[in-house]
Each structure stands twice: as structure tokens, then as C-alpha cells.
Design a protein around this ligand. Sequence first.
Ligand code: NAD
Length: 325
Amino acid sequence: MESGAQRNAVIDTKLDIVPIDLKKVGLQEGFLKDEVAVVTGSASNVGLGYARAIAAAGGKVVITDINEAAGKEAERVINAENGADCALFVQCDVTSESDVKNLAKKAFGKFGKVDILINNAMNKALNGAIWSSPVSDLEKSFAIAARGTFLTIKEFLPNMLERGHGTILYSSTQFHYAPPMIGGGIYCAGKAAATSITMSLANEVNGTGVHVFCLAPAGVAREGKPTPAPAPVIPLPEPAEKPKRMGMPGFEGAVPPEACAVAMLYCLANAEKLHGSGILVSEALTAMDYPYPVPETVNRSGGARKLSQMELTLALCNMGPGFTG
Ligand SMILES: NC(=O)c1ccc[n+]([C@@H]2O[C@H](COP(=O)([O-])OP(=O)(O)OC[C@H]3O[C@@H](n4cnc5c(N)ncnc54)[C@H](O)[C@@H]3O)[C@@H](O)[C@H]2O)c1
């Protein structure tokens, strides 16, 4: 029998997607039944994968993005894949308090509650060298990542606390602080601030039933379409050693958004255990013994090996579960 993902696959779209098949990765279809998620920046790539995966797992999803055309198409596709009224698109600039309030109004109006908040929106163009970037780039980086994360938490957390139930996830670049990057300092400064807000929140809501953690994608893009990183305006010296290629061990090329998305679902299923942790998508995929590439466009060279219990613990809680209360 065909899987749900194959049965409902939507190929007539501009969004460049492939089916998400939960059965192949051991996740139960319907395990997010009755859950409602809001995913910011979910009109493309990582966020779109997250929104599609949540719907594929039986949840309702509010797609929200600054890009109206892509967001509407994402709504159409997710409803076609999973059934009408499963997805709602609300255009929102996460830096705008009134937009985020409107997002909350529409989300609560349509679905009555929000159980999962994924702060994922960001702008890759804010990627220039520190000394040559305008101050407005730094302000935008903080505005999208840190202010956006703060504003959405303020809108969606109170209802989660009232019900003693919820998950808040930040699409971090690393944990606590982001690593130094050539041409990524401005981008990572905003990401680090948002990560700090998220990790502090985990401490603040410890024991309330709301689980908070960071999940860092790495090298997620459709193969053959690497995510563009504009070169710094001032050329920098070549590093003595070429930086290691980012991506998931065992894969040639980029990690597909659908693989990143099932890793996120695995983390949602383990949210209580991951509270206060920072996880890499590649670690989650390895921990769940991700069996093979989802799309045919990805070549697997080695194969992720199964981790020992100790490695698994370290991988899933690489910042430690923390917050003993
Ligand atoms: N792709 C990766 O490998 C990778 C690696 C590390 C971290 N991340 C993080 O994951 C997240 C998603 O990455 P991606 O590669 O899918 O990025 P992307 O640029 O492809 O998608 C980001 C989305 O956010 C939206 N957006 C931008 N500004 C916004 C705003 N002000 N309000 C609302 N939406 C806005 C964009 O329209 C876009 O749809 C980012 O936060 C990024 O830092 C990604």
C-alpha cells in the first residue's frame, strides 16, 4: 500500500519539494494529532519542511512568513497534501509587534490554541564582513532573530503556561553563542541573541510543562541549490586550511529540507527530554538512525552508524539537559 506521503504528493508547485514519509523513519503518522504549531519563516527551505512535516504528522500548522506569494503556495500545498484546513498562512514580519499580534489573533481565531512555536525566520543576506557592513544590517539581524523570537514568545507562551503544555523551538545556528564565521558575524550575532533568549526561557519555564530547546540545522538546502552566502565586500585572506564542508555525515551535498524536518519531528517527540538542550540536526538524524536519503537527489556515501547509548545521550543533550531546578 502506498504511504500517505506518496498518496497525497503534490508535484505541481513552485516550492521545490519532495514527499515527506514518516513511516520510513519510524515516526507514527498522526502522532501530532490535535497539536497546533506556528512556524515562522515557513514559506521556504527549513521552515517549509517543518510546516509540511508537522502537517504530515497529523498536526495543524500556521505558516507565517514575510513572503506572501510563497507563503500562500505553502498553505495550498500543505492543505493539498494533508487535507483542507490543515494549514493557514498569515503574512507576518516577525520584527513588527503589530504583525506578531495579528499572527496570534489569526492563529487562535482559526485553531483555538497553539501548542508548538518554532522560531525559524531569518535573512541570509545579513552576512557581510563586520567592518564593511552597515549598522542597519546588525539592527536587522537582531530585529529578526532576537526581537522576533521575543515577540512571538510573548504572544504564544502565556496560553501554553495556562494549559501546562507546549514546546518552543529555536532554529539556532549554534547554542548559547554562535561560532565565529567568515562573513557571518552580523548574522550570527542576532542568532546568538535569540539562542540566549530561548535558552534562558528554558530555565524560566522549567517544570511548567512547556519544553524549550534549540535545534541547529547545518547545510540544509535542496541539493544543487546551495543556500547563497554573499561574499564579504572586503576580500578576506584565504584560510590556511579549507573549512570543512558543512552538512550531514554520510551525505554528499546538502541535507535536504525533508530530512531536516523529520529530525525536527523526532526532537518534538522527545521534547521533554531535550528541554534546555541544543541539538544539531545531524545529531538528531544519527540518533534516530535515519535510514536512507528521502529524496533521490541525495547520495549517501557512508551511512550514519548507530550511536552507542553514551554517544546518543551526548548527541541529544550536547549542552546537557541542564536546569535541575
Ligand atoms: N539552512 C541551514 O543549513 C541552516 C543552518 C543553520 C541555521 N539555520 C537556521 O534555520 C532557519 C531557516 O534557515 P533557511 O536556510 O531555511 O533560511 P531561508 O532564508 O531559506 O528561509 C528563511 C525564511 O524566513 C523568512 N523571513 C525573512 N525575514 C523575515 C521576517 N522579518 N519575518 C518573517 N519571515 C521572514 C524568509 O522569507 C524565508 O522564507 C534560519 O533561522 C537559519 O539561521 C539554517
